[in-house]
Design a protein around this ligand. Structure first.
Ligand code: NDP
Ligand code: OXD
Length: 313
């Protein structure tokens, strides 16, 4: 029997505990932090925004699981023990992200903010949007989420570009990589989608200088960020929206979450705001995946979807 500790802030902890216990039966003992009597006993920790120092206080841990795809919340803990860290890669999480990206690409291409206003004013005007194939959607971050979103966008008829750290080939997608490839990637991109992990290299990358490099033909550029709020400079987004550098933005993540009530982004006429739920981690879908990993590891198998701590993702 393995002993599993859940340490969760920001998600609904009770729903995770119930799901872990239901699927574990008598195979695992599952505790929810701060109920951490017997710190020596825990084999695995499954965490989302755990209190810093907690994992370092569990001397016999074998591995750590992030309850989401991103691990920036975990790696910010300077006391993090040197253990394998696995992140979530699951079809449920991925398909949710694909839905968000495809939906928002359509919203910008089809100028839905304009039609929402027209509807309120009973105005019947067709703005005659250019063909989807002429719209180039550029995805920053061509990992699990990026590649799946690219497929969804291609199926919707858009042209798709991708940018990653290392060079790679992705069917149907014009790929760019590294610092050297960024300028050419931006120069062709109309709708910019950010699905990057937050690392030292990506912090603040979505800024005014970058927005200025986006293509303005056949439509003015739009930004869709479902990566991390730390990647965007919100004052630059507002400036770019207000001077026409960006025609619109869909923001799922923010410098500060929850987005403060005082933020002008909430009511900006060109902005869609969602509460960091582009792809929500749902215990009904994800716990089976984590338990299968633990059970495989206990049988001597390898952990999958491991994080490279040096790269930060
Ligand atoms: P992956 O690790 O599979 O993909 C990350 C991609 O980003 C890779 O293509 C990687 O390049 C690229 N990348 C990383 N650093 C750089 C860099 N400096 N320059 C260029 N490209 C870079 O992650 P996922 O696709 O699973 O998830 C991506 C992110 O999405 C998560 O880290 C999380 O922040 C966010 N997310 C947000 C959610 C939400 O609800 N808003 C839900 C789930 C995830 P390479 O291929 O060369 O390694
Ligand atoms: C994730 C997230 O990283 O929900 O999975 O942000």
């Amino acid at each position: 029997m393995s002993k599993i500790l859940l340490a969760i802030q920001g998600f609904e902890p009770e729903a995770w505990l119930e799901r872990f216990r239901t699927l574990s039966g008598t195979k695992h003992e599952v505790k929810l932090s701060p109920d951490v009597d017997g710190k020596n006993d825990f084999d695995y920790a499954c965490v989302w925004k755990q209190p810093h120092g907690l994992l370092a206080s569990l001397p016999n841990l074998k591995a750590i699981f992030s309850l989401g795809a991103g691990v920036d919340h975990l790696l910010q803990d300077k006391t993090l023990p040197d253990l394998p860290i696995a992140r979530i890669v699951d079809p449920d999480l991925t398909i949710r992200m694909v839905g968000y990206v495809v939906l928002h690409a359509h919203l910008h291409h089809r100028q839905m903010k304009i039609y929402e206003r027209q509807s309120l004013e009973r105005v019947w005007v067709d703005h005659n949007e250019p063909p989807p194939r002429s719209i180039r959607v550029g995805i920053m971050g061509m990992g699990v989420m990026g590649q799946a979103s690219a497929k969804g966008l291609l199926a919707s008829g858009f042209s798709v570009l991708g940018w990653s750290r290392a060079a790679k080939k992705v069917e149907g997608v014009e790929m760019f990589d590294g610092e050297a490839g960024l300028k050419a990637f931006l120069a062709k991109t109309n709708i910019l989608v950010c699905l990057l992990p937050l690392t030292a290299a990506t912090k603040g990358i979505l800024n005014y200088v970058l927005f200025k490099q986006l293509a303005r033909d056949p439509i003015s550029p739009a930004l869709i960020n479902a990566g991390r709020g730390g990647e965007q400079v919100e004052s630059d987004i507002l400036r770019a929206l207000d001077d026409g550098t960006l025609a619109g933005a869909s923001l799922d993540v923010f410098e500060q979450e929850p987005l403060p009530a005082s933020s002008p982004l909430w009511t900006h006429p060109k902005v869609y705001v969602t509460p960091h739920n582009a792809a929500s981690s749902d215990p009904r879908a994800l716990v089976a995946n984590i338990l299968a990993q633990i059970e495989n590891y206990e049988r001597g198998g390898k952990l999958e979807n491991l994080v490279d701590r040096k790269l930060g993702y």
